[in-house]
Design a protein around this ligand. Sequence first.
Ligand code: NVA
Length: 303
Amino acid sequence: MSLQHFLADQLQDKQQLLDLIAQAIDIKTNPSKYAQALAGKSVVMLFEKPSLRTHISFDIGIEKLGGHSLYIGQQNGQLGERERVSDVAKNLACWADAIVARVFKQTVLDEMAEHAGIPVINALSDLYHPCQALADYMALTETFGSVENLNIAYIGDGNNVSNSLMLMGSILGANVTVITPQGYEPDTSLVAKAQDLASKSGAKLTVSTNIEDAKNQQVIYTDTWISMGDDTKVEQLLEKFMPYQINSELMATAGASAVMHCQPAHLEQEITTEVFDSEQSIAFLQAENRMWAQNSVLVSLFK
Ligand code: NVA
């Protein structure tokens, strides 16, 4: 299977996602088979926001595929400020073979993809984090055998990570429940999109503000209450968000056997240290799989 870009979860169909996951597992199992997959290719990584896992997993992952990566951090300010986004994209395409970008606005990524003429990968935007979702569904496939009909509850802030989890899960046939405090629900147009995708795959999508809906779940997922670029102080959120904290009581009520976090984790805020460090946590499997899942995307972009 080949891909043109990897910009948003809903731009791939179910078979493409299943193939990407299967290929990621194959790369993880047989890395030497793919050691030359990116030979002679250079990948530019443009990051408008901080990163630990995404930056390092792309960098080392590209090296494992025989390619070369180059990182540009936040020193040049936001994309589109110093020169047009389209000009940045066209310049990069003079030298590089693909662009990995972490941006404040999804529209910037879409504009880059429109003008670059080389593949563009979304390394997190305001709306989506598809590399994370792909690694997450890979981790769930490894843990549960399949994600079809798996009950996953995302609890916390409705954000880029929950959007991707909900959209990709709805395509793959997972039953995703998104539970947020009032005022922090996912974007209604993305919920409508996910509902449409879920009706096609036969999955059940639930969006709620009631923490009591965290029942009969196999997996609980959470993320930070304050995403990068948002200067809200956590003290302002505690009253609203504390009832949504992932702790051992909530895990027991939900009946879940696995807990997920994309990290960085804010211990004793969205998740207790006890649960994050417990046997149920697959957060480090998710982190490891970032590299294999992204490598699967890269291999497919250059097929
Ligand atoms: N929602 C978080 C994800 C971090 C990986 C953020 O955007 O900061």
